[in-house]
Write a protein that binds this ligand. Sequence first.
Ligand SMILES: [Zn+2]
Length: 376
Amino acid sequence: MQFNKIIGHAELKARLIGNIREGRVAHAQFFLGPRGSGVLPLALAYATYLFCENPGEGDSCDVCPSCVMMAKLAHPDLNLVFPIFLSEKVKTCEAFVADWRAIVSSVPYLDAEMWRGSLNGENKQLRMGVDIAAEVVRKLSLKSYSGGWKVMLIWLPEMMDAAMANKILKVLEEPEPKTAFLLAGHANDRILPTILSRTQLVKVAAPGPSEVAAAIQERHPDMSPADARGIAARSEGDLLEAFSMANGEEEEMFIFFRDWLRACYANKVADNVGFADYFAKMGREEQKGLMTYALYLIRQCMLQWQDVPQLIAAFGEEMEFVKKFSALLNVQNADGIRRELETAHMHLERNANPKVLFMDLSYRLGTLLRMKEAVA
Ligand SMILES: [Zn+2]
């Protein structure tokens, strides 16, 4: 990963490169930023630059043997640490490293949900335990393969359990020469303060809307600039979200939601059984994602109903839906619909039976939607 492949962050990139060129490489750095902001690609670009045998003023060279190996995330001095499905048999990242390399190579803005999904482990929990830390300690004791830097990259350090965090803390307390710990994550409030105090914070802000819009246009040259700007505004700087919207994954969700709500309104019970079956077959995260999306779209409808269309982020087909659907909202039902969806999301988190929940929700939403405004 080179710096020039990363969207935005011009100032930060220049500062990071400047630090390396001036020999100021902090022993431990924490790339901290929101989801989709590029904390992982930035940490990887930093490692690539550090390993590069012929680094330029603005970026790594991309052609030396180190850069070639880094492009495959397979540099022998790059140690990768990330959350996995811990089990009796599998306690370190080794078993998952090929999968991780593959997905990060295609989706460098990856988040935990996507990583879990790529392993077909929707309902399994990603964790990092003490055996992973022991592996880090073991690798620290080995000599550097190239005679230069060793990098320990810890992705999502906020997911370390207490035992692992304590072991990592000990390592950070006794810095080894020419060893750089690069942490890349989204939440510093779930990390031991003693670890934080030993790492230099690299704050990564979400890229701006014009940068996001430009990145979408580059990937989707056929998309109209207005649509790209619309997606950029709605993604709030979350590139992962922006790319998935641009790829039309959201459209699938939209169609499901729209057709389902129509069936609820028309009280088509048989159709709703079909929707419930489909819903029950989704993974838990996908189900929660659908409820989050439904809440977003209902909020858009409420903005339309409250006559503040300038606040609406929907566009295209979604906007058509918002205009039509908002006509069904009134003081009797608007808040109830929102509450029903919020409650469903909460029950999914508590592992409710998805089919029962969905059928019940369909009935309740249908009743609310058919409710007419009381005439005074
Ligand atoms: Zn190079």
